[in-house]
Design a protein. Structure first.
Length: 410
């Protein structure tokens, strides 16, 4: 006798599992824990098998009967309905666990977070993954083809963000390679897109490098009213670190006795600690700054409690001082230092590159681990003195004669 909806609803569990038959092989399997499962026994290829159609009440009586009829239709066509159902369940599971967003999150946790990448790297990668997830996040990794990924990249490229597009492709490629290793896909479609994106030659960030222009910029900074921003710009000009590294500097990283600023690796672009020798002028700035933000964690504390100012605040200050984005950027202080120091002829390229915290490439970068600390201390003081001369006179200052100095390894 076929089941009714009322009979299914009123079925109570017993101490042992039992069945309540419906019609044409469909039955309700009632478990001791109260769960009610739709099942159908059938024979395929000479073997007895069972097809599972779901749990009541998630699957109603009428839906279970529809599933039964569909299964019998497959049997008549020589198809194993149980195998089809299992394949569908696997596909549903993969749609969740093998979706690009799921694999990307697993890659991010294992390869970025657990490997302790810098907070800047993590933040940038989260942003890039967000852009990718908007386009292909819900798609199963193995089903994504190169044209589909290219469409996502082209949307970013159309905004003129060519460097971001390159990083986006590289990040997507890392996720696909991780997917290959974990069995979520078999190939990396991002690798096919290397020559499909517009290649734009990188242009250096605007910077003032002529002596008279540098002097004018430094004098303008002296007149900026906000003391924290003014001191931040002066400190940045003397230390020529990356803007974000200066803005996030903490008092605990400063040793005024030895004159050293120790920047932890997680704040650096290359994830490696960096020491900055502080000139007398830089220490004087810190002495003045201590009276303003000494109570805070950060040197350049923000009005928002517990936070520091950001590089855009310094950019706004340069614009207020009358310098356009085509003339100079806060990152341009590094270009100014690099140009002046290289043209001075006083310091070797290795010393200058270490002072700028640039990563050496190739074999030389692997084997040359000298830090040239004494030369870098000399460089920091010479550069500060040189900037003082440019600021005070606003004219070309004759460079001191080149003298040889012993290189020491810190």
């Amino acid at each position: 006798m076929a089941l009714s909806n009322a009979a299914v609803r009123s079925t109570k569990p017993r101490q042992k599992p039992f069945k309540r038959a419906d019609d044409r092989g469909l039955y309700l399997l009632v478990q001791p824990n109260g769960s009610r499962l739709w099942r159908m026994n059938y024979s395929f290829a000479g073997r007895q098998r069972t097809a599972a159609f779901g749990i009541y009440p998630d699957i109603s009586l009428s839906e279970a009967r529809e599933a039964r009829d569909a299964a019998k239709k497959k049997l008549r066509a020589g198809i194993d309905p149980g195998a089809v159902i299992k394949a569908e369940k696997i596909a549903e599971k993969q749609a969740v666990t093998h979706a690009f967003s799921a694999v990307a999150d697993e890659w991010f946790q294992r390869k970025m977070v657990k490997e302790k990448k810098s907070e800047k790297t993590l933040e940038r990668t989260r942003w890039l993954l967000g852009l990718l997830n908007e386009g292909i996040g819900k798609r199963v990794l193995s089903e994504i083809e190169a044209p589909e990924l290219l469409e996502v990249l082209r949307k970013v490229e159309a905004q003129g963000l060519h460097e971001t597009t390159k990083r986006l492709r590289s990040t997507a490629s890392a996720v696909f390679r991780y997917g290959i290793a974990s069995g979520a896909c078999k190939r990396d479609p991002a690798a096919d897109l290397k020559d499909a994106l517009t290649s734009v030659k990188a242009t250096p960030r605007p910077a003032i490098t002529d002596p008279a222009g540098v002097g004018e910029l430094l004098r303008a900074i002296e007149g900026y009213k906000n003391p924290i921003v003014r001191l931040a710009l002066k400190f940045l000009s003397l230390t020529f670190v990356r803007p974000g590294e200066a803005c996030s500097a903490e008092w605990s990283e400063i040793d005024t006795v030895t004159g050293v600023w120790s920047i932890p690796g997680h704040k650096m672009k290359m994830d490696k600690p960096h020491r900055v020798p502080l000139s007398k002028q830089a220490l004087a700035i810190l002495k003045e700054l201590r009276t303003i933000t000494g109570h805070s964690k950060y040197l350049f504390a923000s009005r928002k409690r517990g936070r520091h100012i950001f590089a855009n605040r310094l950019s706004v200050a340069l614009r207020k001082l009358g310098f356009t984005a085509e003339q100079v950027t806060v990152h341009g202080f590094r270009s100014t230092a690099s140009t002046v120091l290289n043209e001075s002829g006083k310091f070797s390229p290795d010393v200058i590159e270490l002072a700028l915290a640039h990563q050496k490439k190739g074999v030389r970068g692997i084997y040359n681990r000298a830090q040239y600390w004494d030369e870098r201390v000399e460089l920091a003081q010479w550069y500060s003195d040189h900037l003082d001369g440019l600021r005070q006179r606003g004219e070309v200052v004759a460079l001191p004669a080149k003298k040889k100095s012993k290189r020491t390894v810190a």
